[in-house]
Design a protein around this ligand. Structure first.
Ligand code: ZN
Length: 258
């Protein structure tokens, strides 16, 4: 167990409250509802003000709401209602602040976290900025301590900042890779995989609930959760490798592979 990440969970929750009031377009809700109902992201298309599924089936907001079925059981990977819009967002640039760059281990961890996402072949690439051609930008800043925080997508774009404790600069590269990959996961709309019981990864702790942003099961992810099962667990193992688990890959490719 790694206590740091418990703090991180709290930080995330605090940021969520700020994000909860963001307006959400009707089409975004329809898309979210369709995905929750089991349609693949690539089969959903927006033309003008209308949303279509499967090429030619227009879906109204009401219809999409009626498709929703009650979630059941406790599965492993969860997402927020809001997601990053694909294929609108094709390149996400992560811009470290100049202070962030002075922390060598954080800087290395950022490169590895970006590589983790780029290895998945998603609809969007990630690039360390500043650079050109960015359809969305996430700033990386250092904060005191060993916690970290992020937020969730709004308006079809990832959350615009990850904050990483510079106290982690003396941690292993795998730990820093894990934490930065985790925070980027939130920015892309992933909830904690054990949001419903932190006891699973932290040994103690309760249920975050939907937190105003939704906690929607991602199809295809395993029905059981355990410590070390996901980079998106609230707490991590001290010996983390910093790499995605198989269920993390299932979740991200379901959401974001074209
Ligand atoms: Zn988190």
């Amino acid at each position: 167990m790694f206590k740091t990440v418990t703090v991180l969970a709290v930080s995330c929750g605090a940021l969520l409250a700020g994000c909860g009031g963001d307006p959400r377009s009707e089409n975004e809700e329809i898309r979210s509802n369709l995905i929750e109902a089991g349609f693949r992201a690539e089969d959903i298309r927006v033309v003008g003000e209308d949303t279509y599924v499967g090429g030619d089936a227009q879906v109204s907001l009401r219809a999409s709401r009626e498709m929703l079925q009650t979630g059941e059981g406790s599965a492993e990977q969860y997402r927020t209602t809001n997601l990053v819009s694909i294929p609108t967002v094709t390149k996400i640039c992560i811009n470290p602040s100049s202070m962030f760059n002075t922390y060598n281990r954080l800087s290395q961890g950022l490169d590895q976290a970006i590589a983790n996402y780029n290895a998945l072949g998603l609809c969007f690439s990630m690039a360390r900025g500043p650079t050109t051609g960015c359809s969305a930008v996430i700033t990386a800043v250092p904060i005191p301590g060993t916690g970290a925080s992020s937020g969730f997508p709004a308006g079809g774009r990832p959350y615009n900042q990850i904050s990483i404790g510079y106290g982690l600069n003396t941690s292993s590269l795998d730990v820093v890779e894990h934490i930065i990959t985790h925070e980027l996961g939130h920015a892309l709309g992933l909830r904690h995989s054990d949001y419903y019981s932190h006891a699973i990864s932290c040994g103690t702790g309760g249920n975050e609930g939907t937190a105003g942003v939704g906690a929607i099961l991602i199809p295809g992810t395993p029905a059981t959760s355990y410590a070390g099962a996901s980079l998106m667990n609230a707490c991590m193992l001290a010996n983390t490798t910093g790499e995605f688990t198989s269920s993390d890959i299932t979740a991200l490719t379901w959401l974001y592979r074209c």
